[in-house]
Write a protein of this length. Sequence first.
Length: 201
Amino acid sequence: MQEKKSILRMTSLVMIVVIAAKALGLIKQMVISAMFGTSLETDIMLLSQEFISNIQYILAQMILTAFTAIYIHLKNEKLSNANIFIRNAIKLFLLIGIMAIVFSICLASVIAKVIAPTYTAEKLLLLTNYLRIYAFTLIPSILIAIFGALLNANDRYVINESSTLIQNLIIIVIVLIGRHIVGINVLIYSTFAYSIFNMIY
């Protein structure tokens, strides 16, 4: 009975955090739209961010699929083996992340033409530059995904889910404070800021 209450309480907390994160995400989009509108530069920046986010999602799913089950199995057998596996997994996925960054940087101009074939040369150049900048967020996102998988594997679901909530909050605060100082580039700074914070968190 006590275990059922504990599971119910944990599930409720996770649901509350997820709903709050979604609500804050909507507020974040409203703030960005209100601050920068639907300018061409905003659209190009968000397009580049979306492309890199898709790569982040693929890498995160690879980590969740391949990492979690093996870690839990090894942890149940011997904790030291699980720790060795974590270190090796971090090295492997960091290598994959570095390869993805190199790929994104070297082929950014080609990628830009594929995802925005109707853009002019000037717009493509801007998109290419943003793709190269956002590519560097892949390493933090990989580490965040690994730490998130570890938290889930150790039944720390609330802490893991709260990272999205904090992410949206950080972006909102930085955008509101920094938009008058660095303009639209505050979106780039906020992305790197929450990536670094999530790694520490």
